[in-house]
Write a protein of this length. Structure first.
Length: 128
């Protein structure tokens, strides 16, 4: 974890947009890890994505996903608490204006993340 935090801090010092940071995380931690795991399973081909030159090629593989998964719950709660969507409990949830900007531009308006975190800190301070 210390190694990851060091690399993350190094990336953040470059002042990346949220989209650039996501690309770095996906390429270095999702795709690379997937390649390691899929390669270890050879000769069974479980690759869902492979690097081809400077691009990625995706392959159809069964990957059942269930929305009662704890990771889905954690992520949906996080994006709601950051103020990017209405609650996932609503049948017709929507993006907030900040969430729509993130989707459209790949970045947040200046101060949006700090504002969301400050709201969480206030809530934490008011707990018994």
């Amino acid at each position: 974890m210390a190694g990851f935090m060091h690399r993350l801090n190094r990336e953040l010092m470059k002042g990346p947009s949220l989209a650039e940071l996501a690309i770095w995380l996906i390429e270095d931690f999702v795709v690379l890890q997937h390649e390691r795991v899929a390669t270890a399973k050879l000769p069974d081909d479980t690759f869902r994505v492979r690097r081809v030159g400077d691009s990625l090629r995706f392959f159809t593989q069964d990957a059942p996903s269930f929305f009662n998964d704890s990771r889905f719950g954690a992520l949906s709660t996080m994006i709601h608490e950051l103020g990017w969507t209405s609650t996932f409990r609503e049948p017709h949830r929507e993006l907030t204006s900040t969430g729509a900007m993130l989707l459209k531009t790949g970045d947040l308006p200046r101060g949006a993340l700090e504002k969301a975190v400050a709201q969480l800190d206030v809530a934490k301070d008011s707990e018994p």
